[in-house]
Design a protein around this ligand. Structure first.
Ligand code: ZN
Length: 198
């Protein structure tokens, strides 16, 4: 991209390092940003920096939040004895959007993948087991229905079984290999309602 100046190339390179942004989109975004009023660009860069600096893991469920406890864990009217295990914060958001789930969550931040060398120690499983030492009635495993998601579900259920806590898996209304975040709310609810005990 020698036809652009150094600073434009730098901006395009940074933008194209983001997921889903190819070189054409990066150029379009770069020129859009260059045409924005300076205060809007400052607001954008502030939002990026502040979020990166202040967002951390909820000390209870490990979702991304900007406080010690996330808004869901803070709420007393949620059922803290029902924990839904999801792979990431986007899956949590997908279930929250249904507005029908009253329990709390546990975010693993990934799934077990022997192919990619991601083992049980690389996701937030220890933290989940620790939470199970308090009063918990049910753990709902809502990992994706991909190979990794299923492997993780099996592993988690085997870990929890000896504790005597009820372990369920969401129904397979969710298409195989489907990412939870792209599935509509009706399908998600049906999968939740049709969960079966492992
Ligand atoms: Zn939380």
């Amino acid at each position: 991209m020698d036809y652009y100046s150094k600073q434009i190339n730098r901006l395009v390179a940074q933008l194209s390092s983001l997921p889903g942004i190819g070189s054409k989109s990066a150029q379009r975004l770069a020129f859009h940003i260059l045409n924005m009023p300076q205060e809007n660009v400052e607001a954008l860069s502030d939002a990026l920096l502040e979020a990166r600096r202040n967002v951390r893991y909820c000390s209870m469920c490990y979702t991304l939040t900007d406080d010690t406890l996330c808004p869901i864990c803070k709420r007393e009217d949620r059922d803290h004895r029902t924990i839904m295990v999801v792979e990431n914060s986007r899956d949590l958001a997908a279930y929250e959007k249904t507005g029908k789930y009253e329990g709390v969550y546990h975010v693993l931040h990934g799934s077990i993948s022997p192919m990619l060398g991601i083992g049980p120690g690389d996701i937030r499983l220890k933290e989940l087991l620790k939470r199970l030492q308090s009063d918990v009635d049910e753990v709902i495993i809502a990992t994706n229905s991909s190979l990794e998601g299923e492997t993780t579900a099996m592993y988690v259920s085997k870990l929890i079984k000896p504790t005597g806590i009820k372990v369920t898996r969401i129904a397979s209304g969710v298409p195989v290999g489907g990412d939870l975040e792209y599935i509509d709310e009706v399908t998600l609810l049906r999968a939740l309602e049709g969960r079966r005990e492992l």
